[in-house]
Design a protein around this ligand. Structure first.
Ligand code: NAG
Ligand code: NAG
Ligand code: NAG
Ligand code: NAG
Length: 307
């Protein structure tokens, strides 16, 4: 359940607890959930570190940032990063009267941004691994705006880099047309395992990109187990043959189609092969590949809101 990305990275903590004018006494508390502690009090800001469920921490001042469910209050910890009041175990304390205000500068949101386009159908996830909840199913050629990158995501084919979008979810670099120039983007910092039910944000995922959350999935690679495998323009034998893959050729798959009881897969060449033509069974639980229909027009599915 807990993939390698959960390995707690050494926090990028500057061990200078009193270097930021935190002269007032700190309040000791703990995290109710895994929670990100950010460079600024907004969901899209990069992480300085994260606190795990029940981890103890000390708070030094309060500020305002992204609304999380019911509160716009964020607190600065002695590690000089900001976490939402919502993720604190103790939500009865009135932090605005027991702690000083962090000052107007603390409310600024500094983000790096870079445009990118998805090459394939892509799941945009709450954290960079396939056990993380999917926030959006994005079609090929969707334009996204990237805010930060992580080298510690789950390896997709051969690439562990994932990028966070301004939709507040992560896409695998492998799914982009081009590798972004990360010299212009912030690193996202250490990312904990997050779950949709515990982590919302005001402007999370746009309605347009939302679909009902289903099983996790990703680009997978399989190999042809027949002498050749025909790739058709649509998932039926009678559809035009666009490509021919040969025995043992590695093929990348995007998603699944149940065509009248027979499983087919859409490849990264945007044509369809019968799953029976591969050594592997892409429709099986092992791969957890999504159905292609999840990426179709919005409005399908029984999405509940993010209220
Ligand atoms: C919080 O502050 C108390 C009192 O100064 C200290 O003993 C404790 O180690 C601090 N905890 C953390 C997690 O920094
Ligand atoms: C959320 O979106 C609204 C409308 O686009 C915008 O006015 C508001 O500033 C956003 N809030 C945050 C916290 O980003
Ligand atoms: C998928 O790709 C990886 C990395 O290129 C490779 O090690 C692996 O053998 C491939 N799997 C299949 C089934 O081709
Ligand atoms: C689906 O299967 C049924 C029964 O085998 C058949 O009558 C029908 O023509 C098939 N439809 C397609 C689109 O292949």
């Amino acid at each position: 359940m807990e993939p390698r990305l959960l390995l707690r990275l050494l926090p990028l903590v500057l061990v200078l607890p009193y270097a930021f004018g935190d002269s007032a006494p700190a309040i000791s508390t703990s995290a109710e959930y895994n929670t990100e502690c950010k460079t600024c009090p907004h969901s899209l800001c990069p992480n300085t570190l994260y606190y795990s469920t029940s981890e103890l921490l000390n708070l030094t001042c309060w500020t305002h940032g992204t609304r999380i469910i019911s509160t716009t209050l964020w607190l600065r910890s002695t590690s000089s990063c900001y976490l939402t009041e919502y993720d604190l175990a103790d939500t009865t304390t009135d932090y605005t009267s027991t702690l000083p205000y962090c000052g107007p500068d603390s409310e600024d949101e500094a983000l790096t941004l870079e445009a990118a386009t998805l090459r394939y159908k892509t799941e945009c996830r709450i954290c960079p691994g396939i056990t993380c909840d999917t926030l959006a199913y994005l079609k090929e050629d969707t334009e996204v705006e990237l805010t930060c990158w992580t080298p510690d995501g789950q390896v997709i084919i051969d690439d562990p880099y994932w990028m966070k979008t301004t939709n507040n979810c992560y896409v695998a670099q492998k799914n982009l047309y081009d590798k972004p120039d990360i010299t212009y983007l912030d690193p996202c910092g250490p990312i904990p395992f997050l779950e949709i039910e515990k982590h919302f944000n005001e402007n999370g995922t746009s309605e347009v990109d939302k679909r009902s959350p289903v099983r996790p999935a990703y680009l997978i690679n399989v190999t042809v187990g027949e002498e050749y495998a025909l790739c058709h323009s649509c998932p039926e034998e009678k559809c035009e043959v666009e490509r021919r893959y040969v025995f043992n050729q590695e093929v990348w798959l995007q998603c699944l189609v149940d065509s009248n009881g027979t499983w087919w897969s859409e490849t990264t060449d945007f044509c369809y092969v019968r799953n029976a033509d591969f050594w592997q069974s892409p429709e099986g639980d092992y791969y957890r590949n999504p159905l292609c229909e999840y990426f179709e027009e919005p409005g399908s599915g029984d999405e509940d809101g993010d209220d």
